[in-house]
Ligand binder design. Structure first.
Ligand code: 3PG
Length: 307
C-alpha cells in the first residue's frame, strides 16, 4: 500500500492532521506520522519505506533522500522550499512540490501584527505611533506580499512594492505604487516587509548599504528567511542608526546580543510561527495531501519545483 509520511518537527494543528488523514485514506493510502522529532536518525528511519512525504521547514537533504529508497514525491506544505535539496531529489527521480498561497494570509497577518507591536513599543504602555498613513514597502509581490497589501490597505498605509519577476500591471491593478528599483523601494518606505525566497541570489542581499537608504524611524519586518539578511551589516547599522528597528519571525544568529543591547528596537518570535495557524495548517496540509494523491494516481505534477 502507498505510504504517506507526515514528518513535522513543528507539528500541524491536530485538526489539520485529521484532515490530511482523511484525504490520504480516501485515496486508499496509509498515513504515517513523525512529529516533534529531535534527531535526524528518527527522520532517516521514518522515510525508509514511504512513497511520499509531507514536510514543513524540515530538512530534506541528500542523506534523507538516499535513505528513502521508495520515495516518489516530497511536498513542502508551505511556500519556501529552501529546506529541500532539489538536486538530490532530481538525481533520484523524486518530485518536489510546494503548496503556494496556502499559508500566505497567516504570514501576512503576522507581518501586520509585528508592525503594530513595534509601532506601539511592545505594548509597554508608553506612547507609540500609528501605522496609518505610513509608507510600507513590500519587497517581492508573491502570495504573502499580495495578502499583506490587502491587509495594509485596511490600515490606510501608503503601499509600494518591488518585484522584478511579477508583471507591473499585477501590482498596479492592486492599487500599489511600483518601485522601479530595489533602492527606490528602500529609500521611499519607513516600513519594509521582506517576502523574497532564500536562494543563492538573495542570501545576504539585505545589507547595510540597502537598509541605510531607509528613512528615519525605519522598521525592517522579516517573515521570510534569516539567510537573506547580511547580519554583520545589520549589526553595524543598529550602532549607526538609533532609530532603526528590526522585527523578525526568524531570530538572527546574534539574537541574544540584539535583545541585550537594543531591547526596545527588536522583536523575534520564539520559533518561526508565521504559518502557525489552524487555517494555514489545514490549507497547506490538505493541499499537500491532495497534490500527492493526484501525482501518484494521475502523474499530475502541477506545483513541481525541481523541473
Ligand atoms: C513557508 O515557507 O511556507 C513558511 O516559512 C512557513 O514555514 P513553516 O511551515 O515551517 O511554519
Amino acid at each position: 500500500m502507498t505510504k504517506v509520511l507526515i514528518a513535522t518537527e513543528k507539528p500541524f494543528a491536530a485538526a489539520a492532521v485529521n484532515a490530511i488523514r482523511n484525504v490520504v485514506e480516501a485515496a486508499g493510502f496509509e498515513l504515517v506520522l513523525l512529529e516533534k522529532y529531535s534527531e535526524k536518525k528518527q527522520l532517516l528511519d521514518a522515510v525508509a519505506d514511504v512513497d511520499a512525504i509531507i514536510i514543513r521547514s524540515d530538512i530534506i537533504d541528500a542523506e534523507v533522500i538516499e535513505h528513502a529508497s521508495k520515495l516518489k514525491i516530497v511536498v513542502r506544505a508551505g511556500a519556501g522550499y529552501d529546506n529541500i535539496d532539489l538536486a538530490a531529489c532530481t538525481a533520484k527521480g523524486v518530485v518536489a512540490m510546494n503548496t503556494p498561497g496556502q499559508n500566505s494570509n497567516a504570514v501576512a497577518e503576522l507581518a501586520i501584527g509585528m508592525m503594530l507591536l513595534i509601532a506601539r513599543n511592545h505594548f509597554d504602555g508608553s506612547s507609540g505611533t500609528e501605522i496609518k498613513d505610513k509608507t510600507l514597502g513590500i519587497h517581492a509581490y508573491g502570495w504573502v506580499g499580495k495578502n499583506l497589501a490587502r491587509a495594509a490597505k485596511g490600515f490606510n498605509m501608503k503601499i509600494m512594492a518591488f518585484d522584478p519577476f511579477i508583471e507591473k500591471s499585477v501590482m498596479e491593478n492592486d492599487g500599489i505604487v511600483v518601485a522601479s528599483s530595489v533602492e527606490e523601494l528602500y529609500k521611499s518606505c519607513q516600513y519594509i516587509s521582506l517576502h523574497i525566497p532564500a536562494n543563492d541570489k538573495t542570501k545576504k542581499s539585505i545589507n547595510r548599504e540597502l537598509l541605510s537608504l531607509m528613512p528615519k524611524n525605519a522598521v525592517l519586518v522579516n517573515t521570510a528567511r534569516k539567510e537573506v539578511i547580511d547580519e554583520a551589516g545589520l549589526i553595524q547599522l543598529f550602532e549607526e542608526r538609533p532609530d532603526f528597528r528590526y522585527v523578525s519571525d526568524i531570530a538572527p544568529d546574534n539574537a541574544a546580543d540584539f535583545k541585550e543591547k537594543y531591547a526596545n528596537r527588536v522583536f523575534f518570535t520564539p520559533k518561526k510561527l508565521g504559518a502557525q495557524t489552524s487555517e494555514a495548517n489545514n490549507n497547506a496540509g490538505i493541499a499537500a495531501a491532495e497534490q500527492i494523491a493526484k501525482f501518484i494516481k494521475n502523474g499530475d505534477a502541477t506545483f513541481q519545483v525541481n523541473k
